[in-house]
Write a protein that binds this ligand. Structure first.
Ligand SMILES: Nc1ncnc2c1ncn2[C@@H]1O[C@H](COP(=O)(O)OP(=O)(O)OP(=O)(O)O)[C@@H](O)[C@H]1O
Ligand SMILES: [Mg+2]
Length: 609
């Protein structure tokens, strides 16, 4: 319940709808409550005419008027009820939009570590379920619950006016029913949470499988993936069995109690009418009133069911909304955004990038230890090391995806940053990156190239595309740059995706360039083409390069070799070639053609050229 109240506060902008819907509900309830009174009055008229107390003409005039009244209130009920229903629909659609947008906004702000631990499909499933349940609840609430609740209160007051024991009995019926319901609810919620966990896990895996269908097919894992998926859903069936059995047993009990209470109330009404305390009209009215009262009581189980779902839904919604970005992130020092300055105004004396005694761990164990190096403006620096040695991690730290455990990273001489979203955005503006996996979006080629600069003109896009050798394959595509490339660029080859990623980084035109195996998937010919474009781009630009082709690395100003997460050597290619370190070994291995040496070379993720 508290989370539902929070939801109302959260969606304060919809308060005019809440008020409108409540007013409509009050009118509908009033109209509904008028019916027993009108039929009661009509009964009294009929009885008195039958007894000869009233002239037939007068009685007929009265009952016709009463019938017209009945028609009028029914029409009011129909019209206002539908207006309220319309508002309810619009309100719930708006609520859905608000909740979804804020959820997405929150997800966009959550740090990388959150995504390291959650499955995409699970995040999506959770969003859908919680928002659907919450908005369904609000819709039912506005369309039905308010009327139910108001009717309950009104019936209590009216029955108290006619005969207070009736009101007391009724007043007992509600809490007894509610008490029995809450008894059930705790256990019900536990079942529900377990069920949701299974559905979320299954959905997470489901979207992973759908996204990587080729792997599944290639390793013939269709059957086992299905089995795993089914296992989760079978669990939900089992859990639902227990949950529903529990619920229905308790419901039967509740209904039994309720029927006993109503039985007593009907007895009282009938017997008191026989004794002359109620007129037949009053009896008809009270019986109808009791029928009205019955509806909300039984409706309560539904209300409770929906409320529980909604509060479970809103709880998991707010669980994500309440995530403290700093806590999830785990802190650590982030590179600072350099003060924006005019191009070329950067102080050439300060290093463009400096790592100072940086240590970093994703989990417990350090992946990088005591990393220190500086990169001068316009310098090209390459990183060499074993696969898994922490090269990509270095770039992750530079981009501020994670905070360094100790030490600091400086960009343009600026010290530790606050890690605030604004500071990080400024930092990332300075860096153009080609990731190790090309990471494209669905949509067309032009959109993908312009991802970092959506306002780029078609000429600009085509210009970088030429430099990244994208044009060579685009020319063969029917729709050129408007060709749609499928989810994550599925319809393209690895090398084609990579070239688009290079073009995307080129178009960004940032002062620092990070190339993480930017040309690894290209054949020699295409690589040479792209490399020419990159060379042109890297001119006067600070570049951090991770490449597994030694020929690419040979062109750089300096090389940093990494060993066990530490820096082994730093020097020019010529220096390192002579030092006997990792780079020299790699060169020697490359020169040697023996099988064993080639094997060793592979361990370094290096291919001979
Ligand atoms: N998100 C992550 N969470 C936990 N550990 C990670 C994460 N990303 C990488 N690692 C671990 O950190 C280590 C360094 O990984 P990194 O990706 O930096 O290596 P790399 O040098 O780029 O390797 P490669 O040449 O294969 O790309 C690896 O042992 C890897 O398992
Ligand atoms: Mg890597």
């Amino acid at each position: 319940m508290p989370t539902l109240l929070r939801l109302l506060r959260f969606t304060r902008s919809l308060s005019s709808y809440y008020v409108g819907i409540t007013i409509a509900a009050v009118i509908v309830t009033g109209a509904g409550l008028a019916v027993p009174f009108i039929t009661g009055a009509a009964t009294d008229q009929v009885v008195s005419a039958l007894n000869g107390d009233t002239a037939a003409d007068t009685a007929i005039r009265s009952v016709v008027l009463l019938a017209v009244g009945l028609l009028a209130v029914s029409l009011v009920e129909a019209v206002i009820g539908n207006i309220g229903g319309y508002w309810g629909d619009v309100m719930s659609a708006k609520m859905r939009a608000i909740l979804s947008s804020r959820y997405f906004d929150k997800l966009l702000r959550l740090p990388q570590r959150y995504y390291d631990r959650e499955l995409t499909g699970t995040i999506v499933a959770r969003l859908n379920r919680s928002i659907t349940e919450v908005t369904n609840f609000m819709k039912s609430f506005s369309n039905t619950f308010v009327t139910l609740i108001l009717t309950t209160v009104a019936v209590l007051v009216i029955s108290a006016f006619y005969y207070w024991p009736l009101a007391i009995l009724l007043a007992c019926a509600y809490p007894a029913y509610l008490w029995l319901t809450t008894l059930t609810s705790k256990k019900w919620q536990v079942f529900e949470k377990d069920k949701n966990d299974h559905v979320d896990l299954a959905s997470g895996r489901f979207s992973e499988v759908v996204g990587q269908m080729r792997v599944v097919k290639a390793f013939s894992r269709e059957a086992s993936e299905l089995k795993n998926f089914d296992r989760h859903f079978d669990e939900t069936v089992t859990l639902t069995g227990g949950q529903s059995r529990h619920w229905h047993v308790m419901d039967a009990l509740r209904q039994g109690v309720l029927h006993a209470i109503f039985f007593t109330m009907y007895l009282i009404i009938f017997i008191r009418t026989v004794h002359g305390h109620f007129t037949p009209g009053e009896m008809v009215m009270l019986v109808q009133l009791m029928a009205l009262a019955r509806q909300p009581v039984t409706g309560l189980s539904w209300v409770v069911d929906m409320t529980q779902r909604a509060s479970a839904g809103s709880r998991s919604y707010f669980e994500v909304m309440d995530l403290d970005e700093k806590m999830v992130d785990g802190g650590g020092s982030r590179p600072h955004a350099p003060a924006p300055s005019a191009p070329g105004a950067a102080n050439v004396q300060t290093p463009a990038v400096a790592f100072r005694d940086v240590s970093f761990a994703y989990d417990d164990e350090d992946v990088l230890s005591d990393i220190s190096f500086t990169v001068r403006h316009g310098e090209r620096i390459a990183f060499v090391g074993e696969s898994g040695g922490g090269k990509t991690t270095l770039t992750n730290l530079l981009l501020g995806f994670y905070g360094a455990r100790t030490g600091s990273i400086e960009v343009e001489g600026a010290g530790d940053g606050s890690g605030s979203p604004e500071a990080l955005a400024l930092l990332r503006e300075q860096i153009g990156v080609v990731f190790q996996d090309a990471s494209l979006f669905s949509g067309n080629i032009a959109e993908n190239i312009a991802y970092g600069r959506p306002d780029a003109t078609r000429e600009e896009i085509e210009e970088v595309a030429t430099r990244a050798a994208v044009d060579t394959f685009v020319a063969k595509l029917g729709k050129g740059y408007d060709t749609v490339i499928g989810e994550r660029g599925m319809k393209l080859s690895g090398g084609q995706k990579q070239r688009i990623a290079v073009a995307r980084a080129m178009l960004k035109n940032a002062p620092i360039l990070v190339l993480d195996e930017a040309t690894s998937a290209l054949d020699t010919k295409s690589e040479r083409l792209v490399q020419q474009g990159l060379d042109q781009l890297m001119k006067d630009r600070t570049s951090l390069i991770i490449a597994h082709r030694l020929s690419t690395i040979a062109e750089v100003d300096r090389i940093v070799t990494l060993k066990d997460g530490r820096i082994d050597e730093i020097g020019t290619p010529a220096e390192l070639a002579a030092s006997g370190g990792i780079y020299a070994q790699l060169l020697a291995l490359q020169a040697s053609a023996t099988k064993a040496d080639r094997k060793k070379l592979k361990a370094f993720d290096v291919v001979p050229h």
